[in-house]
Design a protein around this ligand. Sequence first.
Ligand SMILES: NC(=O)c1ccc[n+]([C@@H]2O[C@H](COP(=O)([O-])OP(=O)(O)OC[C@H]3O[C@@H](n4cnc5c(N)ncnc54)[C@H](O)[C@@H]3O)[C@@H](O)[C@H]2O)c1
Length: 294
Amino acid sequence: MQIAVLGAGSMGHGIAQVSAMAGHDVILRDIEEEFVEDGIEGIRTNLQGGVDRDKVTEDEMQTALDRISGTTDLEAAVADADLVIEAVPEDMDLKKDVFTDIEAATGEETIIASNTSSMSVTEMGSVLKHPERVVGLHFFNPPHLMDLVEIIIAEQTDERTESVAVDYVRDLEKEDVVVRDTAGFASSRLGIALGLEAIRMVEQGVASPADIDESMSIGYGHPMGPLELTDHVGLDVRLHIAEHLREELGERFKPPQSLRRKVRAGNLGKKTGEGYYVWADGERVGMSGDWDDE
Ligand SMILES: NC(=O)c1ccc[n+]([C@@H]2O[C@H](COP(=O)([O-])OP(=O)(O)OC[C@H]3O[C@@H](n4cnc5c(N)ncnc54)[C@H](O)[C@@H]3O)[C@@H](O)[C@H]2O)c1
């Protein structure tokens, strides 16, 4: 397929990469040349990492890179696309604008997908003249390592669109779960619930962040505890999703005070060096607050 990925940030460049690795031709679009170049550089780095670990051959890397081109021109990106996947920031008005612009530049058959992690795909689709081709493709971060893609079925999604989405995800050799378009879908709703409760437990002094995380990672076999995951995803991102889920699903998703305070202070997790842990050079080096060192 010809695929356009809009937004070359954390998710967009990864989605472009896995699509190219599955044999699709991909155009990656962002609003500034610099962001496009950073995205393509990110793909090169990921693939080189794969080569270094003997997961990807030099040939596969080169073939995938040859299938990806970058642009800042929306029309050039989407004009011939069979599937457009938007991975622009989590803002409903922005996503609606992007959907409207895509529809103006593509044929009626082009599937238009959103990588939103929690917002209503049905609402995004409401701006389209042909909304039956809208669907959610919720990849996980980083897309080249995470095996799950949630397929979000909006009110308007028709059978052809669902089947193209399912075939595309299986082509990537990823696991698909098909979810009805409800706030937080399946994964974000459960993930945020666990994360918020873990934060409340830290606030109540139940245990240290590291001990709470270990109770999940060792006790329940989660690859990473909910607080470390919050630091990885970004406290600002999690706060934003929690606020949305609170609006849609009620007070049980009310963000805890420490989450708000940390975001206000600019402590957003790994990316800023502090969240519920302290980070240096991408490594966890301690816990935030008065907890004894790990
Ligand atoms: N980061 C995660 O862990 C994660 C996981 C799953 C889903 N998501 C979702 O993926 C989407 C993107 O998140 P991200 O973390 O990659 O964000 P990001 O901020 O890293 O990247 C967004 C990119 O979109 C670009 N952009 C802005 N407006 C644009 C436009 N009109 N056209 C093209 N590009 C535009 C920005 O310049 C930026 O490079 C969001 O909806 C988010 O909720 C994120």
